[in-house]
Every structure is written in C-alpha cells, then in structure tokens.
Design a protein around this ligand. Structure first.
Ligand SMILES: C[S@@+](CC[C@H](N)C(=O)[O-])C[C@H]1O[C@@H](n2cnc3c(N)ncnc32)[C@H](O)[C@@H]1O
Length: 388
C-alpha cells in the first residue's frame, strides 16, 4: 500500500473529506470510501457519469451479452416452479444500468408468459443516476417497481428470489493491518499540502468480533479489507426473505483463500477508464474503488438470519449447468458475423482465469424443501477455494 499520496479528484468532494478530517482529526478508510463512492450527488456512484461499459470505467457480465440474463432467467423459472407460489418476487439489488433486468424480463415475457405475469420485479438501487437509467430502459415492462432500501420491506415479506451481480464488491470496507501480532485499523488524515497520511488505530469492537466469529487469523504484515457493511446487509436480506433463494454473483473467495500470504496487500483496487490502480486517494468521486467479497462471511452471517447454504460455485459452472453450451452450439451453427462476435464475448464469461473462475455464485435458501437447483448440478473440483 502506498503511504503518501495527494488527495485529488472532484474538488467539492475533496473539501468535504478534508472538513471531516479537520473536525474529527482522522477518518476511517471505510468512511473515506463511503464518501468517495456514495456521497449524495457527488460520489462516484451517485453522480451522473457513465461508469459501466465502453465509455465508463469497467464492464460487467450483463453488459457483455444477453445470454447472462437469459440463463439467470432460466434459473428463476426453476425457482418459481419449485416454490409453487403465484405471487413471485424477483428482487435485484444494485441494478446498474438495468441491462440485466432488461434481459431477464425480456426472456421471461417471451418464453415463460405465466412466470412473467405472476412476477413482480423489484429493484433496490442506491444511485439516483442509475435509477433514472433503469427507468428509461425498463419502460416497456409493466411489472417493475423501485424500492430505495432493503429495510423498506417488512420482515419475512419476500417470496421468490433476491439476487445481485457485483453489489457487495462496491460496499465501503474497513482496512486492517497486522503488525507484531496486533491488528490495527487504517484511518486517514491530510496535511496542509493535501498529502494523505494513513494512521493506525485500535480496531473497533465490531472488527474484533468479525475476525473472531469467522475465525480469521491474517498473516503478519498483511493489509486487508473487512466488509462489515456486507455482513450487516446479508442479515437484512435474510430477515426480509419469507421463502425462496438469495443468489449472489461477485468476485471473491472464502476466508481460507482470501487471506493467503500471497495477498499481503489485500484486494482493494480502483478502476478509472478501464485501467486499474491502487491510487485510492486520487480521482476521488471519479473512479470506482472495489474489493473482493468474502463469501465465508456472507454464508456465516446469512445463517444467523435464517439463510441456509444451497451451494457455492463459480460462474463458469453455474452458467454451463444452465445451458450456456447450448447457446454456444446455436451460435456456432448460425455461423454469421454477429453470432461469431457473440460467441467471442460469451467465452469471456466462462474462461478460467477470467470471469468464469474469478466470479463466484453463492446460493442460499430459506423455507424451501429439497432446495437443490440446476445451476449447482455440476460443481467445480472441490478444493480450499470452494470451502466456505
Ligand atoms: C458495480 S455496479 C453493478 C451493476 C449491475 N449489477 C451490473 O451487473 O452491471 C454496483 C451497483 O450497486 C449499486 N449499489 C451499491 N450499494 C448499494 C446498496 N446498498 N443498495 C442498493 N444499490 C447499491 C450501485 O449504485 C451500482 O448501481
């Protein structure tokens, strides 16, 4: 980690951070990241600027090809049939530009009219900029509504599926470091020349509890992220679900893999115009900051809120189980230029060392008998990388 760096970016946001530091002496890295990404109207996600796609800073699977949404749609159809409830809810959290919702809804309307008719598609989105984009792209569907926060639902009121793609990686995280066997939390402060200085403080009770509950013992000298917001959020999801599934797609690992000695600097990265860096304190409000998800934590804290583990796999296996190879075959058979282009894009979703292996799929359920799903039929070779 770089110790001294200038705080640069949107001047208004830089001033807000400096004022907080002036008042409080220092702020936790988590609070810095929260302001940088989500400060109303100025943060990276809350301000009107393209983030996802060619003109943005990064791509997501839903941007690549409609097959991603169609295969997820297939999984939702199986869930719908399994639950046997007429009032079915599909809740997407953090829907970005709304492409995934569009592909799922389009697929259901065209192929499973009954599921489409009996479903309500609910989007929980924190960014007003993204809500506007979503409303525009989804205007031809009559069963979509927006909810501001998961806490706006009554407890045990959702029957169906609650899912997200690349949500938890964008939550603000605490940074910790181990020195001489002791855990510290990283706070930041700035001098009169706007140089950022990281300072080490005792960790909060919540961080100590998290490390204890998850049995995490990081190696000496390691700096890593602690996503307390994710631990809290999965519990909220669990409480709101009455019957059904939670599907979380994101990059990350179980604890045993995440805190290996070869990740001594953790997994925190910034994305700016399709380039990544570790310059967290530059381009504040203009670049994405993200970290890998700890899936052991989602499993552990989900259980506390009544979510049982259905299975944990990677994106390649999940999509293949749901029929990606059939789509490959159809495109190959067509053989025209557009199909060839789609084939190439689709390969990105499943390539090992690419999105196929890096992205994981965690499925949890509540009040479902015989919960096994098609997406989990064939699982990756069982290794430490998949032990939660
Ligand atoms: C990295 S983007 C992923 C977008 C989309 N799922 C996709 O696959 O393209 C993260 C999205 O989650 C939203 N978000 C972040 N935290 C959130 C929260 N607590 N509640 C709802 N949405 C949130 C962001 O505004 C953004 O739209």
């Amino acid at each position: 980690m770089i110790q001294m760096m200038k705080l640069t970016g949107k001047q208004q946001l830089v001033n807000i951070i400096k004022n907080r530091i002036k008042k409080e002496g220092s702020i936790s890295f988590r609070d810095f990241m929260d302001i940088a990404l989500y400060y109303p109207e100025l943060g990276y996600y809350t301000s009107p600027k393209a983030k996802i796609g060619g003109y943005g800073d990064f791509f997501t699977a839903s941007e690549l090809d409609k097959a991603f949404g169609e295969l997820l749609g297939k999984q939702f159809v199986e869930i719908y049939q399994k639950l046997g409830e007429k009032n079915f809810q599909i809740v997407e959290i953090g829907a970005g530009k709304g492409y995934l919702a569009y592909d799922i809804l389009n697929f259901l309307r065209a192929n499973f009219e009954d599921v489409y008719r009996n479903s309500e598609y609910i989007i929980i989105e924190k960014s007003p900029y993204h809500v506007n984009l979503q409303k525009e792209i989804l205007k031809s569907f009559d069963n979509v509504r927006w909810v501001q926060d998961i806490i706006d639902f009554e407890d045990e009121s959702i029957t169906g599926v609650i899912f997200s793609n690349e949500l938890f990686d964008s939550f603000p995280v605490h940074l910790i470091r181990k020195i001489n066997g002791k855990i510290y939390e990283i706070y930041i402060t700035v001098d009169q020349d706007d140089n950022v200085k990281e300072i080490l403080k005792d960790p909060s009770e919540d961080i100590i509890r998290y490390l204890k509950e998850l049995n995490i013992n990081i190696p000496e000298g390691m700096t890593t992220e602690i996503n307390l917001d994710a631990a809290d959020y999965i519990q909220k999801i669990g409480k709101k679900l009455k019957k059904g599934y939670v599907i979380t797609i994101d990059y990350g690992y179980p604890s045993a893999e995440l805190y290996k000695y070869y990740r001594m600097k953790g997994t925190l990265l910034c994305y700016y115009k399709h380039r990544y860096s570790e310059n967290y304190y530059e381009n504040v409000g203009m670049q994405d900051i993200t970290s890998h998800v700890n899936f052991s934590a989602l499993n552990y804290y989900g259980k506390i809120a009544g979510l049982e583990l259905t299975g944990f796999t990677d994106q390649a296996h999940f999509l293949t189980n749901l029929g990606l190879m059939d789509i490959f075959a159809q495109l190959q058979e067509k053989g025209d230029y557009e199909s060839y282009e789609r084939l190439n894009r689709l390969k990105t979703l499943v390539l090992p060392k690419g999105m196929g292996e890096k992205f994981k799929v965690l499925i949890q359920h509540k009040n479902v008998e015989n919960p096994h799903l098609k997406g989990l039929e064939i699982l990756p070779y069982s290794s430490e990388r998949y032990k939660l």
